[in-house]
Design a protein around this ligand. Structure first.
Ligand code: ADP
Length: 653
């Protein structure tokens, strides 16, 4: 059954499904990337805040630490500010060169006047704008105080830490540490922090005063601001720089998009391809339907079989012809269900692949038991690649034609028999008429002689005359017989080179229907390389037919299963003759009639004429051959017709 055709419209949704799936996949992957980025961003922000707070603590700790060191320096300076001990000088140097971020240290007396500047060799020190305010506040609060940021000579910003110093229970003065902000950052911002973040110190208006080198980076991802209370109104801005993680999702998304487009394009190409295939398929289906309709309307039966002889296809006409359905036949191998039990060889397809089998007649068995005569012709089944994959056979039912032919042949035979009878009658009447006169003359002469002899009135001379006339009349009768014989002989045989095996087959063909009706099987065993004989084909055929028919007649009372007529041909090389043997399984020839079988008009049949064997023998003799019979081992009789091989066409022995 042909599958229901799907139009492109009905399946269009089917084509969009993979595309939608891919888009969904892209969306989901995109969502995951976005979520991942968001989480990562939040994590980075948390880390930024944590690191910024740590940085603030770190800075405060260092500043407080430096405050206490400055306080110690102040305590040591207070007794004698002008004269620095070696130890103190060393301490101050360490402080200035170390990681404190200090650039100068001043010692101010209790009134705020600069007494000592360290290092002593430094250039004139710039003081913060609110220097005095810071001193006053430090004194008032009695704790370290920071000035606001101010610009130094080199353009960089600085702040001052003012630490009040008490010595021997009384206020001694101030230690002022001047921090360079870039230096402070350089000394206190660790490398990993600078790598990861942009660090900037600002004033309370948000103006950037100093920052890490990475602060020049144009892009900023997140920013965190902390006010460094009580340290000169400073604030610190920490911002993170974008990392490579941003690029990776971009690449993934572009790749995904590219793949989506590629898949969409391939789907489109595939769709077009399938559409083309569908168009071809529907064209093929139309073609198939057309061919099927053509095949089913044909009267010729068709079958196809593969290499192994398995039926792969049959048409409706073939199914009708033999009464089996297509489903039952397809897949069948030899012996086929429509083959006659002892004849399947004729219906078995040829095995030689290179061989092209020509048309041959065969007999098939219809499912209802009827025997049908068919004409089978086969041709190789060659595929698109030129390989032979089996055979295609066409079968023509010729039963009616055969029956008509057999009927015509029977009528012809009857006609010929009648003609022969008429001819024989005519010949007999002619013979009678012609021969009547000499015989009557002989009768009257011999009657005269007898009368004369009885009366005793005769002389020798008269007697001789009468006997001479009797002799003349007898010779005349003989001549009449010879003339008629010559006439019959003249109308005889036209010799030609006859191939005996086809002649035997033709003779069997003539009797085929008769044999079928009488349930007689005819078995052939024909020799090979048999030379031709010079003979009248029609007469030889008539002899064979006659012998076959006699054999069938003899098997009238034989059980059906044993009704077998065997025909064989053979070349007797030594005698250079061809011998045909016809053996029946009949009643045999009773010994008391064996000598009379070839006599004219001898018959044991109610409707027989008794001329068959007589004529057959005379035909054999005309051809310089012989006809005889022998009891067969099977119980029947074997008739042998032996004819000398012709001069031409003799194969090598
Ligand atoms: P017809 O067939 O008209 O009787 P034939 O000359 O052909 O004339 O046969 C003569 C007779 O020979 C037959 O009637 C039959 O008795 C006998 N005869 C011929 N062939 C066979 C045979 N195969 N088996 C037994 N008897 C046979």
């Amino acid at each position: 059954m042909a599958p229901t055709a799907r139009t492109p419209q009905t399946i269009s949704w089917y084509w969009w499904l993979p595309l939608v799936t891919i888009v969904l996949l892209v969306c989901i992957v995109g969502g995951f990337i976005w979520l991942g980025l968001k989480t990562e961003h939040e994590e980075r922000h948390t880390a930024l805040v944590g690191d910024s707070l740590w940085m603030e603590q770190n800075l405060r700790f260092h500043l407080e630490n430096t405050e206490s060191v400055l306080s110690q320096v102040g305590t040591l300076l207070a007794p004698n500010p002008a004269d620095l001990s070696d130890a103190l000088e060393e301490k101050v140097r360490t402080l200035l060169q170390g990681s404190s971020g200090l650039v100068t240290i001043l010692w101010l007396d209790a009134e705020g006047n600069t007494v000592t500047t360290l290092p002593a060799s430094s250039a004139p020190v710039m003081l913060a704008g609110d220097h005095d305010v810071a001193i006053q506040r430090a004194r008032a609060l009695n704790r370290p105080t920071y000035t606001r940021p101010f610009v130094q000579a080199d353009g960089s910003y600085a702040i001052e830490a003012v630490i009040p110093v008490f010595g021997s229970q009384k206020f001694s003065g101030y230690v002022v540490g001047s921090y360079s902000l870039p230096r402070l950052i350089e000394k206190h911002v660790p490398w990993w922090f600078a790598e990861r973040y942009r660090f900037v110190l600002t004033d309370n208006n948000g103006q950037e005063l100093a920052g890490t080198t990475s602060s020049t980076m144009p892009e900023r991802e997140a920013e965190f601001h902390i006010s460094l209370d009580q340290i000169g109104g400073l604030g610190m801005n920490v911002s993170s720089t974008p990392t490579a993680t941003r690029i990776i999702p971009g690449v993934i998304i572009i790749t995904l998009l590219g793949f989506t487009l590629l898949i969409a394009w391939s789907m489109w190409a595939l769709r077009n391809h399938v559409l083309r295939l569908q168009t071809t398929e529907s064209a093929l289906r139309r073609e198939h339907a057309f061919r099927l309709a053509m095949e089913n309307s044909a009267l010729v039966g068709l079958y196809a079989r593969d290499d192994a002889g398995r039926i792969t296809h049959v048409n409706l006409a073939f199914c009708r012809m033999i009464g089996w359905s297509s489903d039952e036949l397809v897949g069948c191998t030899s012996p086929m269900p429509y083959c006659l039990p002892d004849e399947h060889h004729t219906n078995t397809p040829a095995t030689g692949m290179a061989e092209v089998q020509s048309a041959h007649e065969a007999r098939f068995l219809h499912r209802d038991g009827r025997i049908i005569n068919v004409l089978v012709s086969e041709a190789p089944l060659v595929d698109a690649d030129g390989h032979q994959g089996g055979w295609m056979g066409s079968v023509l039912d010729i039963t009616e034609r055969k029956e008509a032919e057999a009927l015509a042949r029977l009528q012809q035979e009857r006609l010929e028999a009648t003609a022969r009878l008429v001819g024989m009658g005519e010949m007999a009447s002619t013979l009678a008429h012609e021969i009547n006169q000499p015989l009557s003359a002989i009768a009257s002469y011999s009657a005269g002689c007898l009368n004369a002899l009885r009366n005793g009135r005769y002389n020798e001379k008269q007697f001789l005359e009468v006997l001479e006339k009797v002799n003349q009349q007898a010779q005349r009768a003989g001549r009449i017989v010879h003339r008629i014989y010559d006439f019959v002989k003249r109308s005889e045989s036209r010799r030609e080179a006859v191939d005996i095996n086809p002649t035997i087959r033709e003779s069997i063909g003539v009797l085929e229907n008769d044999a079928q009706r009488r349930k007689v099987r005819i078995e052939c065993s024909l020799g090979k390389n048999i030379p031709t004989i010079q003979a009248d084909r029609t007469l030889i055929e008539q002899v064979i037919i006659n012998l076959l028919r006699n054999g069938m007649d003899a098997m009238q009372n034989t059980p059906e299963a044993a009704r077998l007529l065997q025909v064989s041909s053979q070349w007797l090389t030594e005698e250079d003759s061809v011998r045909i043997a016809i053996t029946d399984h009949g009643s045999g020839v009773p010994s008391h009639i064996a000598d009379r079988l070839f006599d004219s008009f001898f018959t044991t049949k109610p409707e027989g004429m008794g001329m068959g064997l007589k004529i057959c023998r005379s035909v054999a003799e005309q051809h310089n051959g012989r006809l005889w019979f022998e009891p067969a081992a099977t119980g029947g009789t074997s008739f042998f017709l032996q004819l000398p091989a012709g001069e031409e066409d003799k194969p090598a022995a």
